[in-house]
Design a protein around this ligand. Structure first.
Ligand code: ADP
Length: 322
């Protein structure tokens, strides 16, 4: 996750973080990074909050159930091997692969002119590949939008092996939630939930903030009275009910049949979301910055030990002087 903001939204949680916690609890060794260098691709002219944001993002990881004793939590810039592997990968990655990535095209257009577009934006998937392959993982748990980047990562790993006639890297899996709603959670306006659209419910929102946001959430536009039929597939509130309410099937049925109104959906949705996130919000409130800094320091040490081993093999495969 990039610390472009001090808080993660529930789309980040559903697409990625929920899976991280599940995998950790199934016994997988998880490396949980705060991608501060990646934040710079879009925040290079306003970077002063990145450090403080990094601590807050780590709090969200811990609040969601990442146990730092089991799973190292660390900040990307604290593990210098990420920069080294990025440089080496940048030497073997064809430009065409990067120019074709959908996120690059999108962000480039947002920036307006290529005078403003930083070199690092184009190289984003190369750095991300270094982040991943340093730990030679079985899988990478992310939301649907990350799939094109992950594809490039496997291609870079395979190209490295081919070029240097070695087997340092093996293919990793993309662990994207099976449920499409979770893989790409809609925002309050039914576009993808994203901090840049200002349509988010944050993991650390208070119960009151959550209620206020849901009040103005997008519902079926043609459902004006309770008796009008709803279309739950296109209604943000119904989508959240599907994720957070154990009785969503009957709620959807009643919505379709015009037996319940949007107000009732909203109030039950507020209940369900607040109920689900209450323990995380409470846990988060108890974490202090000093304690989190120490967790990040220890996490970086553990991550570095693994990353250093990979780098020894990488340098040797390439024939660099040891
Ligand atoms: P960045 O800030 O690095 O672009 P994002 O905040 O977009 O990253 O996403 C961080 C993680 O959360 C990624 O794994 C991404 O796939 C996931 N994610 C982001 N938005 C959503 C969403 N609306 N639904 C599901 N997963 C999401």
């Amino acid at each position: 996750m990039r610390p472009t903001n001090p808080r993660l939204h529930i789309g980040n949680y559903e697409g990625a973080l929920r899976n991280w916690v599940n995998l950790q609890n199934q016994g997988y060794e998880m490396f949980c990074m705060v991608a501060d260098w990646h934040a710079l691709t879009t925040m290079f002219d306003d970077s002063s909050t990145i450090g403080a944001n990094s601590i807050e993002i780590a709090k969200d990881y811990i609040a969601a159930g990442i146990d730092p004793d089991k799973s190292p939590i660390f900040v990307q810039s604290h593990v210098k091997e990420h920069a080294e592997l990025h440089v080496l990968f940048s030497m073997i990655t064809p430009l065409g692969w990067l120019e074709r990535t959908p996120t690059y095209k999108e962000k480039k257009d947002e920036m307006g002119s290529n005078e403003r577009e930083p070199y690092g934006l184009l190289g984003y998937p190369v750095l991300q590949t270094a982040d991943i392959l340093l730990y030679r993982p079985f899988g990478v748990p992310v939301g649907r939008d990350q799939a094109p980047h992950l594809e490039i990562g496997n291609d870079i790993g395979a190209r490295f092996n081919r070029l240097f006639n070695c087997e340092v890297f093996s293919e990793y899996k993309y662990l994207i939630p099976q449920d499409e709603t979770r893989a790409k959670l809609p925002g309050l306006d039914m576009r993808k939930m994203s901090k840049s659209y200002d349509n988010c419910i944050y993991l650390s929102d208070t119960a009151e903030e959550t209620a206020a946001k849901l009040k103005s959430a997008y519902t079926t536009p043609s459902k004006i009275r309770k008796t009008d039929p709803g279309i739950p597939e296109g209604c943000a509130v119904c989508q959240y009910l599907k994720v957070y309410s154990s009785t969503w099937e009957s709620q959807w049925d009643e919505d379709v049949r015009g037996e319940r109104g949007c107000m009732q959906n909203k109030s039950e949705c507020v209940e369900a979301i607040n109920e689900y996130f209450r323990p995380m919000r409470e846990r988060r409130a108890q974490l202090n910055d000093g304690e989190v800094r120490e967790i990040l320091r220890k996490g970086a040490e553990r991550a570095s030990a693994v990353a250093a081993e990979t780098m020894t093999e990488v340098r040797s495969a390439m024939g660099l002087l040891a």
